[in-house]
Design a protein around this ligand. Sequence first.
Ligand code: SAM
Length: 224
Amino acid sequence: MIPNTIKSKDHVNSEVWDNLYQQRKSLLSYPDSTFVTLLHRYLTTVKHRQILDYGFGGGANMRVMLKRGHNVDGIEISDTVIEINNQILEEQNLSATLHNVQSHEALPFADEKFDAVVAWHVLGYNSLSSLQSRIGEFIRVLKSGGCFIGTMPAYGDVSHDSGEAKDAFEFVSKVPTQEGAQIVCFESEQAVCDAFNLDMSVALLQSPLMDGSFSRHWVFLYEK
Ligand SMILES: C[S@@+](CC[C@H](N)C(=O)[O-])C[C@H]1O[C@@H](n2cnc3c(N)ncnc32)[C@H](O)[C@@H]1O
């Protein structure tokens, strides 16, 4: 039995990701160093007690937040990864409530429930319209004064360079493990702010992937 899990309908990207997780692929066991730095720099356990971790994946970032003393609700589109995370949480004597919510569904939370929303390396897996409806939902569930921190793929990221363009922002991934996933990618800081319709701080995060390609993402921070 899967504790603390709310199931729901299927979605195109959920099939791609659920297949990966069934093969135990893409389960990063370590937290992202930039995420950990920003967490410590901008969020406190007193002011930002209640956090929504959107697209927690392998859950390493989520476990850093739990061990630091935040309360976390997590959202994923894959039942497999929810089950894997519930097992790890139990083994490590940690607790978070994990939900399966697809991109087109409303978030199952009251207005202004969260002190912070985190969406790390996940929002790129959307269409432009599902991305924009997600942003609207994040702002709805974020308290006034709360923080929204996340990333969006930038032009030049491996997913963009190898992707098949549908228009200026939307791509279909050709990365072998993520083939067929819908991806949104932005050329500039301004394009991210315009698409989100938010006045945010945005910076470029780039790292080499050792095969000549790059991971290139916009990191953003918004305070409501
Ligand atoms: C690259 S992983 C990142 C996981 C985690 N946030 C991290 O930084 O390690 C992307 C995650 O986003 C989830 N995902 C993909 N498309 C999504 C969508 N449209 N809505 C919510 N989650 C999505 C996938 O299931 C996957 O776990």
